[in-house]
Design a protein around this ligand. Structure first.
Ligand code: SF4
Length: 297
């Protein structure tokens, strides 16, 4: 093993620390050759799988159908979510590769005294519905970093929490720039990142730490990692919203166009209104069954 951890100095927060570790580990001088070989092999398997095994599962999972309460409702009602576009494979393939290389970089450069778990299996919390025909019963998180040595933590991230969930997201340049300015809990979260992370941090018992969404710019790979911290308050509020959405869906109670109601014209990009094509899987049935005046066009 040729492990060269990030130089020891204090960082103001987990985001700056993670960013430095990632950048240090990405260097050809510092990345561990054995780790990168293992992760590259795993990326290879995932890339092959993307094109040979189509996963059209339409069950509700932390990463799908929770961004809007009406998506949850339609999914529980058994409405067809349409599946993924046929040509999406290469986007997923690039995502797998960049995730695995990021894991290799962080595993290589993280100092001793921090435990880094990647692709960690998660059993969902007891409140998550048990009907496996409608809801995935387990999932995984990209990375959980836990400090196991207080003296080491004091050197790198004094006065910070002990554990941090990190979710890597590959994104194009436009989304990467937007990601840098996102106000979590207020801006439209069309991809449901907040819901996903709220459910997982709750299941792992680490919601009080908040969490990090780390953006990787797939259009410009020399750009730094862009970690954004989501506060515990934003996650808890999202968790309450998700629980209510599931409760209403289970009761058969249509919540109406929740995402549109919350975000107004900022939701058009997602919902396919105002001349936008939209990419919510249920945009057609949502438009055909309006619950609000003027939403049927
Ligand atoms: S189109 Fe918008 S309001 Fe309707 S289900 Fe999708 S996200 Fe929700």
């Amino acid at each position: 093993m040729s492990r060269l951890p990030v130089p020891d100095k204090p960082y103001a927060d987990w985001s700056r620390f993670l960013s430095a570790v990632w950048m240090h580990g990405m260097s050809v001088q510092n990345i561990d050759k054995d780790i990168v070989a293992t992760r590259a092999d795993l990326a290879n398997e995932s890339i092959k799988e993307v094109f040979t095994r189509r996963n059209e599962a339409s069950t509700i999972r932390p990463s799908a159908f929770l961004a809007c309460a009406r998506q949850t409702y339609f999914s529980v009602q058994g409405e067809d979510s349409g599946g993924m576009p046929d040509h999406i494979g290469s986007t997923f393939a690039v995502g797998h590769l960049l995730h695995e290389l990021s894991y290799a970089a962080v595993l290589s450069a993280m100092p001793e005294g921090f435990l880094v778990e990647v692709e960690k299996h998660v059993n969902l919390a007891p409140w998550w519905p048990k009907d496996a025909t409608k809801y995935n019963q387990a999932g995984h998180v990209d990375m959980l970093v836990t400090c196991t040595d207080p003296a080491v933590k004091a050197k790198y991230i004094p006065r910070q929490v002990n554990v941090m969930l990190v979710d890597f997201k590959t994104m194009g340049s436009y989304t990467y720039r937007k990601h840098g300015k996102t106000v979590w809990g207020e801006d439209p979260d069309a991809f449901g990142y907040l819901a996903q992370i709220a459910v997982y941090t709750d299941a792992l018992g680490v919601i009080d730490s908040g969490a990090i969404v780390a953006g990787i710019n797939r259009d410009s790979l020399t750009k730094p990692l862009l970690p954004r911290h989501i506060s515990a308050e934003a996650l808890k509020s999202e968790l309450a919203r998700v629980k209510l959405a599931i409760e209403m869906a289970e009761d058969g109670s249509d919540p109406g166009e929740e995402f549109l109601t919350r975000h107004g014209s900022d939701a058009y990009f997602q919902c396919g209104r105002g001349g936008r094509p939209g990419y919510c899987a249920f945009r057609d049935i949502c438009r055909e069954t309006p619950t609000r005046d003027g939403d049927g066009t």
